[in-house]
Design a protein around this ligand. Structure first.
Ligand code: TYM
Length: 342
């Protein structure tokens, strides 16, 4: 049973170019949720970005660029609260408190830390290790009930639920925090690299040819799809035939997600044909859907003051929602004075 009003929270890191994976796995769903009966907060998580080294000017620009991507994709700053994390102090405050709720053992299991720290664990920042506790604070500062994300964030969401449950239990405040549900769109939960169908499409991949960036122009998008890795077989006529063919599966999946057509329908048309026939159709579909977003982002980026005004307004609305929650958290813990939320 939950007594919490339906509320959506999600975020993206301002680290490098956003990709088609970010768009299909998350951003497009942020926009779709505007048609549903939720209150919505969409954050640019700049405090998460500094868990690895960032050039300050680049970070400031990337933060505005993610906000521009949100708006260019169809988020309406009136209907959804758009802001960057560092403008609302509740995130950092609750993040610290959750660092004291979460257990070392829980964080030790996080696969994303293992991947990101690699062999250089001793030299990773403490923030990179405790990253998921800040993510839990992002969500729970607003008592958000639903979190649209791609597959790679599922484990962090499970940790968020564990933190919420432990807090509610330790301080004997049943249902104080909701246990938020991930909203993961199965078909687009993992968009894969164009160079290797077994790896996720990622902004941190050293090869730019492995991904479509939202800011790529039409020619570059078409070129990347033309050069995308494939196998020599023609496309199968039925979906089962894609099972052991990760690159073909990924490209057909992208076409399906962008066109709104089912995989069966696409294979009924292209089954038996080689990629020479399919790739131009995929390139055209991707250009039609993605290039206009990049164009709109470039236009918005010419008015950084307007973006900043949207972020400042969003932050004010977000802070007003977080303040009473934080005040209650401080009281619950016996921290007198209510912190910055007093
Ligand atoms: P980030 O910035 O890495 O990615 C943003 C969103 O894009 C999704 N995504 C993908 N989905 C499908 N296929 C892909 N190849 C792909 N690549 C990225 C991610 O799953 C994510 O939903 N920790 C988060 C940011 C965050 C957050 C939060 C999210 C911080 N606080 C609170 C939700 C709620 C992250 O690093 O996402």
């Amino acid at each position: 049973m939950t007594t919490h009003a339906p509320r959506v929270f999600s975020g993206m890191q301002p680290t490098g170019n956003l990709t088609l994976g970010n768009y299909l796995g998350a951003l497009r769903n942020f926009v779709a949720l505007q048609e549903r009966d939720f209150e919505r907060l969409y954050c640019v998580v700049d405090l998460h970005a500094i868990t690895v080294a960032q050039d300050p000017a680049t970070l400031a620009r990337a933060t505005r660029e993610v906000a521009a991507a949100y708006i260019a994709s169809g988020l309406d700053p009136e209907r959804s609260i758009i802001f960057n994390q560092s403008r609302v102090s509740a995130h950092a405050e609750l993040g610290w408190i959750f660092t004291c709720v979460a257990r070392m053992g829980w964080l030790n299991r996080m696969t994303q830390f293992k991947e990101k720290a690699g062999k250089n664990r001793e030299n990773a920042s403490v923030g990179l290790f405790s990253y998921p506790t800040l993510m839990a604070a992002d969500i729970l500062a607003y008592r958000a009930t639903h979190v649209p994300v791609g597959e790679d964030q599922k484990q962090h969401l499970e940790l968020t639920r564990d933190i919420a449950a432990k807090f509610n239990n330790d301080f004997n405040v049943p249902d104080f925090f909701p246990l938020p549900e991930p909203l993961i769109q199965a078909e687009t939960a993992r968009i894969m690299s164009l160079r290797d169908g077994r790896n996720k499409m990622s902004k941190s991949d050293p090869s730019d040819m492995s991904r479509i960036n939202l800011t790529d122009d039409a020619d570059l998008i078409a070129q990347k799809i033309r050069k995308a890795k494939t196998d020599p077989e023609p496309l199968p006529s039925e979906a089962e035939g894609l099972a052991e063919r990760p690159e073909a599966l990924n490209l057909v999946g992208i076409y399906s997600a962008l066109s709104g057509r089912s995989v069966a329908d696409i294979l009924a048309e292209y089954g038996g044909q080689g990629f020479g026939a399919f790739k131009p159709a995929l390139a055209e579909m991707t250009v039609t859907k993605i290039a206009p977003i990049g164009e709109e982002m470039r236009r918005l980026m010419q008015s950084p003051d307007e973006i900043d005004a949207i972020l400042a307004d969003g932050a004010e609305r977000a802070a007003a929602l977080a303040r009473p929650v934080l005040r209650e958290v401080y009281e619950t813990l016996g921290l007198t004075g209510g912190g910055s939320a007093r």
